[in-house]
Design a protein around this ligand. Structure first.
Ligand SMILES: C[S@@+](CC[C@H](N)C(=O)[O-])C[C@H]1O[C@@H](n2cnc3c(N)ncnc32)[C@H](O)[C@@H]1O
Length: 219
């Protein structure tokens, strides 16, 4: 069961996931994540052929590092980072480098946006959603026709070295196999492809041999 407690501001009621990532935002772990995730995420992002003019969303943007990378692309018109941790969003706003960037504290499921976007991205975030199915339905709804969702995860059934992360962190994390991820994407309407991006110099065997699983959905 999700425990809710009042935390700092009366308008910000946190659950265990928010509390965990608020702490990570304060103790420097968001920068460690940035450093570690960047090794495969940047390799992946560099393979995307972005449209001439595009808008972009990062779901669970952490300290906003992917948004800063994307807003630096001359064709990017708007880059929106959302995160359910208020302190991650505070960090991201402090580090912001461009007027194209916008950071919003919300979870994906309850985000009220009237716009549709060309690209949605998410790294190591979607499996924290209370319902991955509902999060995916929302993402599908707010992507333009022909748009794409890029979802990166190191936490998947085939990657045995990571399957204990939920227990270690003490939070609910939904664990799926590559095939199950593909089915979740196709069930909401996406055409699906997957890609493993390895870190050949990684300090762990799984980083070198299995790498980050990217699930790519096209609407
Ligand atoms: C492991 S961190 C990854 C952060 C960032 N993507 C990165 O690679 O550095 C997961 C982030 O997702 C956020 N998050 C978890 N569930 C979320 C949800 N349902 N909607 C939006 N953000 C969420 C957390 O607050 C946290 O900042």
């Amino acid at each position: 069961m999700t425990t809710l407690k009042l935390h700092e501001s009366k308008n910000y009621i946190v659950d265990k996931i928010q509390k965990t990532f608020d702490d990570w935002a304060e103790n420097g772990r968001s920068e460690l994540m940035e450093k570690e995730h960047a090794k495969t995420v940047l390799k992946f992002i560099n393979t995307i052929k972005f449209k001439k003019k595009f808008s972009f969303v990062d779901v669970g943007c952490g300290n906003g590092w992917v948004i800063r990378k994307i807003s630096s692309n001359e064709h990017c018109q708007k880059a929106v980072g959302i995160d359910k941790s208020k302190k991650m969003i505070d960090n991201a706003k402090l580090k912001s480098i461009s007027k194209k960037e916008k950071f919003i504290q919300t979870d994906i499921e309850s985000w009220k946006t009237k716009e549709k976007y060309d690209y949605i991205f998410s790294m190591e975030s979607l499996y924290y959603s209370e319902s991955v199915e509902n999060a995916l339905k929302k993402i599908y709804k707010i992507i333009k026709d022909g748009g794409q969702f890029f979802c990166g995860t190191d936490f998947y059934k085939e990657n045995k070295a990571t399957t204990n992360w939920s227990k270690k962190m003490g939070v609910t994390m939904h664990l799926y196999s590559e095939l199950e991820w593909k089915k979740l994407f196709s069930d909401v309407g996406f055409q699906v492809k997957t890609k493993h991006v390895k870190n050949v110099k990684g300090n762990r065997k799984w980083k070198r041999e299995l790498g980050t699983l990217f699930i790519i959905g096209t609407k």
